[in-house]
Write a protein that binds this ligand. Sequence first.
Ligand code: NAD
Length: 470
Amino acid sequence: MSEQGFLSTVHRNFDRAARYLDYPAGLLDQIKICNSVYRFSFPVRREDGGFDVIEAWRAEHSHHKLPVKGGIRYAPDVNEDEVMALAALMTFKCAIVDVPFGGAKGGVKIDPRKTPVHQLERITRRYTAELVKKGFIGPGIDVPAPDYGTGPREMAWIADTYGQLHNGDVDAFACVTGKPITQGGIHGRKEATGRGVFFGVREALSDEALLKQLGMTAGLGGKRVVVQGLGNVGYHAAKFLVEGGGTLVALSEIEGAIYNPKGLDLEAVMNWRRETKSIKGFPGAETLPSPAAVLELECDVLVPAALENVLHAGNAERVRAKIVAEAANGPTSADAEEILRRRGVVIIPDMYLNAGGVTVSYFEWLKNLSHVRFGRLNKKFEEASTGRLVHAIEMAAGRSLEEAERRQVVRGASEEDLVNSGLEETMIEAFRQIRAVQIKNPKIDDLRTAAFVNAVDKIAVSYMELGIFP
Ligand code: NAD
């Protein structure tokens, strides 16, 4: 943790945005505060017969829409301040991408890398049972998802435990998202946050005013990309940014960092890390002195995708990226933000850029409640009607398509096609809305403040329409 707590950074950003909004102070206070926090401990038996007492949290920041939604973080240094800050970000994130949920977040103070799998399972199941007991989980109440240190496996344990405690509840699968496909998950969720990061960076790199401000050319083609953290979000963000034309010049993980100005082969690095348990020494790349050294490399797009407060007052002056693309939550402290803004660095803020995860989680929740895979009812129907249309055009034109060409044209949308298309539309529309806030308020010269204004405005309207704040 750097110069200040994560929650005070979120509050400072909120307060800056509130200056541009004309709502009663009481309403803004209600939107800012965290509604409820459940802090609890429970014992778990170890293999050697001893016990560990585990500390855990679930924070529900805003109930203006239900259910509330947010990931569960497993980390040795997770704390209440962090969980509340992340829950607040979830509220604003959902509003930005028009996902009808309030914000929440969970934390369990363990090191998942040092905890045996059977122990992780016991902890996850007990954590879930504790949430059930206090009414902090349920398809219409509070719906967790993966975050740092958790993934589909943990989500499957949560769904199973919840299902056992709610025998006969047909909607039980909708109590958690980010599950494996066989356990009610949705195609495209695993990649969603990283894919959303790509869409967001692509939008920024096609915005003429931003490009002019940065003195950059349009498009990802040839842009130097640096990624910190090769977990779910970092790996997928790197993959899609490279597929979109970017050159991945540096990567860092917890054990070290590597650099090659000509570009790194992401899959080869992943294989190297699997084989040697480290990215260090990757053939053809320079090993940097520390994992944090990547943050100071000259590049076009720096993607912090690990943890919060990695850009702080101590290193912000040395950041040489033109764009900081916040894939992680809260990677830039409030002090670092001021330094970067002064130095003309454009920050694409977390609560917009990493909202792809919650967007596709929303699709998964809808799928669980409707009990049918997206595309199942219409795929073949679409293929048949497009086939008839193509046939009519062929007859009129006197020429037939090649078989491969025809298959491509008439192909109906699969679940993954629909998910990716919904995600792309969401990220484009949200970027447009954030930029529209700036056009309306020319004094707002950063995307984070504009994103906050956009989010708080929507939440305020929602309260006003409920008649709570006339
Ligand atoms: P993850 O656990 O899959 O990956 C995080 C990676 O960061 C790990 O591989 C870890 O070893 C690495 N790391 C930790 N400290 C590091 C350091 N100092 N330098 C370099 N690498 C380091 O977690 P994730 O789900 O990818 O989440 C990453 C960030 O994205 C978090 O801030 C999380 O809140 C945010 N986020 C995640 C999702 C999601 O869908 N998973 C959605 C939105 C936001």
